[in-house]
Design a protein around this ligand. Structure first.
Ligand SMILES: NC(=O)c1ccc[n+]([C@@H]2O[C@H](COP(=O)([O-])OP(=O)(O)OC[C@H]3O[C@@H](n4cnc5c(N)ncnc54)[C@H](OP(=O)(O)O)[C@@H]3O)[C@@H](O)[C@H]2O)c1
Length: 430
């Protein structure tokens, strides 16, 4: 057998420790699949004294991970520290400059700097691999880049954040409000103390920006992602959604439109007839619509030591086998710059809920505001009567432009009989 593939690992936390364990536990199998052994020759983390339960005999310890990227006896640098720039970026750049391949699980870094890093790697004839950065154990990067390479993709969408999906699932099952479910998820360790990245959609937006580039051959454009989280979703909307034949999911969607590229992360009502409606709890799923393969669905665990390590190691095997493809499916120098399609131009159907004073003429006023903006109503639900008190009214619309919907809602919000700002949730046709 040829020389082992020498690997330096920066970061020995959840994912780093998972990778070291996987490499040890499946060493023989990996050696067969790689044609050579995969050997950890150098490691770095913040605290050398921390007991990690890992066998690191034979691996040189570096206090300075950037120095390791420059100096370690390794062909591959695995960056598992995290952060959109700072030390993670410095490690990747130093490793590439020193002629080492880079494998990372860092979606924030790739979403922000993926194009530049890919150009740097490809110019040097090196691999930059990030299977673990999107949807953990689901091999979606390889699926888009290689498995579906024969297709012109029409749309890619998915549930890319397990924490948000867990919270929405629990809210639906228990009927409890967002804050209560989030607090419990934090206590159980399913949500971070600072949950913003997850529940405000940023983490999903990072991953979507990467998938978009792979699917459409464009530069990674995180800034172009429209992003809205799940904090405003209430149990009452979840319940109405079910009655109307939908489930609320935090969906990440990318599509090429005549106005540019649409990248959006926001809560959506997805039809109960769509497989993605049944992706629950911490699970992730991605659906890719190709012109020849048509719809393909991928589901699995989007995070955790095991699934993420599985993705990192798949990248390492490709490097060991010298299987090399352009980072984002087409050479990085040929990635196109496609302008983002403004959200105001988005075409879709909408769910709207109002709290209105129960008196004659209210519905007619709302209907008139919709008509004036050429928004056509599809259905309406009004439960119970409470003369002169507040009652909820729920409507769904036919497909319309987002700008028209916004104008109609602004008109409706001004009506005396509308007691609080209307709630609007987009309906996705899948
Ligand atoms: N956790 C997941 O399920 C998951 C899933 C997909 C992708 N990812 C991505 O994987 C990456 C790592 O995540 P994680 O959950 O494993 O993080 P983590 O558990 O917080 O581990 C981070 C590791 O980095 C080390 N570290 C921090 N600053 C360092 C520095 N300046 N120099 C050297 N080492 C440093 C820490 O050292 P100490 O241990 O000594 O503190 C720790 O070992 C992130 O980019 C994350 O987005 C994670």
């Amino acid at each position: 057998m040829t020389e082992p593939l020498k690997i330096a690992v920066a970061g020995l936390g959840t994912v780093g420790a998972g990778v070291v364990r996987l490499l040890a536990q499946n060493a023989e199998l990996l050696a067969q699949r790689s044609g050579r052994r995969l050997a950890v020759t150098a490691v770095s983390a913040r605290d050398r004294k921390r007991e990690r339960g890992l066998d690191l005999v034979g691996a040189a310890w570096f206090d300075d991970a950037v120095a390791m990227a420059r100096e370690a006896d390794a062909e591959v640098m695995v960056e598992l520290i995290g952060g959109e720039e700072g030390v993670a970026q410095a490690i990747c750049e130093a490793a590439l400059d020193a002629g080492r391949h880079v494998v990372t699980a860092n979606k924030a870094l790739i979403a922000r700097n993926g194009t530049a890093l890919a150009r740097r790697a490809e110019a040097a004839g090196l691999t930059l691999a990030f299977e673990a950065a999107v949807a953990g154990g689901i091999p979606i990067v390889k699926a888009l880049r290689e498995g579906l390479a024969g297709n012109r993709l029409r749309r890619v969408y998915g549930i890319l954040n397990g924490t948000s999906n867990y919270i929405l699932t629990d809210m639906r099952e228990s009927g409890r409000p967002f804050d209560e479910v989030l607090a419990e998820a934090q206590a159980l360790g399913y949500a971070e103390a600072d949950p913003g990245f997850d529940v405000d959609g940023v983490d999903a937006a990072h991953k979507l920006a990467i998938l978009t580039s792979l699917a459409f051959g464009c530069e990674v454009d995180f800034e172009g992602v429209y992003c809205e989280g799940i904090r405003r979703i209430s149990p009452v909307d979840i319940q109405y959604a079910e009655e109307l034949g939908y489930r609320i999911k935090l969906l990440a969607t990318a599509r090429l439109t005549e106005n540019g590229i649409e990248q959006r992360v926001h809560p959506c009502m997805v039809p109960l007839s769509a497989p993605i409606a049944y992706v629950e709890g911490v699970f992730n799923a991605v659906v890719a619509d190709g012109d020849f393969a048509e719809s393909t669905v991928y589901e699995g665990r989007g995070a955790g030591a095991g699934p993420t390590a599985s993705a990192v190691v798949a990248d390492l095997i490709d490097i060991a086998r010298e299987r090399r493809v352009p980072t984002f499916a087409v050479p990085a120098s040929e990635l196109r710059r496609i302008p983002p399609s403004p959200m105001k131009r988005h075409q879709g159907a909408y769910y709207i809920r109002f709290l209105v004073t129960d008196k004659p003429g209210v519905i007619a006023d709302i209907a008139a505001a919709l008509r004036d903006e050429e928004v056509s109503m599809e259905s309406m639900l009004q439960r119970g009567r409470a003369p002169n008190l507040g009652v909820p009214v729920v409507m769904t619309t036919h497909e319309t432009e987002e700008a028209a919907m916004e104008r109609a809602l602004a008109r409706i919000a001004k009506l005396d009989t509308v007691q609080e700002p209307p709630c609007m949730i987009r309906i996705e046709s899948l």
